[in-house]
Design a protein around this ligand. Structure first.
Ligand code: HEM
Ligand code: ISQ
Length: 154
């Protein structure tokens, strides 16, 4: 059973709510990634030289939002086409950036877990198993595309 309209709606609606609070959302996302994998800190250029996660850092916010937006777009494509298609240039860039930074497969599980926990906190009572599966599936398919590109370039 492919990605359903209901799943797409769950992803889109929760993102509409979450994006009204980008500063807090991006900070939570990042904090959670580092809680799960403290060693990931050194990978991010905007964190390297600070003791704590910088509040209100525009680059951090922009990056975090991109990850959410791309996962959201991935959900739309899954429903429309049954697969995730990332624009060729974007995918190439993502592949090479992540490869260069030393990202490996298990890191994708860390980011997934952090993404889901951040959403859970943000939406509160609206959180459900269905919402978790919808975001999780959209993320997994997007991650698979990036991983495949990384392998092509390695
Ligand atoms: C950079 C998205 C997974 C670590 C980026 C950028 C995007 C992005 C859009 C900016 C690329 C650019 O600068 O042109 C995603 C998405 C992911 C994902 C959509 C999963 C579906 C991961 C994972 C890690 C990671 C698993 C490992 C912890 C990084 C790092 C950078 C980066 C270190 C460079 C940040 C810097 O400029 O210092 N990612 N990413 N990403 N990502 Fe990811
Ligand atoms: C880049 N790639 C994956 C996850 C991220 C989280 C916050 C900021 C940038 C990111």
């Amino acid at each position: 059973a492919g990605f359903t309209e209901q799943q797409e709606i769950l992803v889109k609606e929760s993102w509409e709510t979450m994006k009204q609070n980008v500063p807090e959302l991006s900070l939570r996302f990042f904090t959670t990634i580092l809680e799960i994998a403290p060693a990931a800190k050194g990978m991010f250029s905007f964190l390297k030289d600070s003791d704590e996660i910088p509040q209100n850092n525009p680059r951090l916010k922009a990056h975090a939002v991109k990850v959410f937006k791309m996962t959201c777009e991935s959900a739309v494509q899954l429903r429309e086409k049954g697969e995730v298609v990332v624009a060729e240039n974007t995918l190439k860039n993502l592949g090479s950036v992540h490869l260069k930074k030393g990202v490996i497969d298990p890191h994708f599980e860390v980011v997934k877990e952090a993404l889901l926990r951040t959403i859970q906190e943000a939406v509160g009572e609206k959180w459900s198993e269905e919402m978790k599966n919808a975001w999780g599936e959209a993320y997994d398919q997007l991650a698979a595309a990036i991983k495949a590109e990384m392998k092509k370039e390695a």
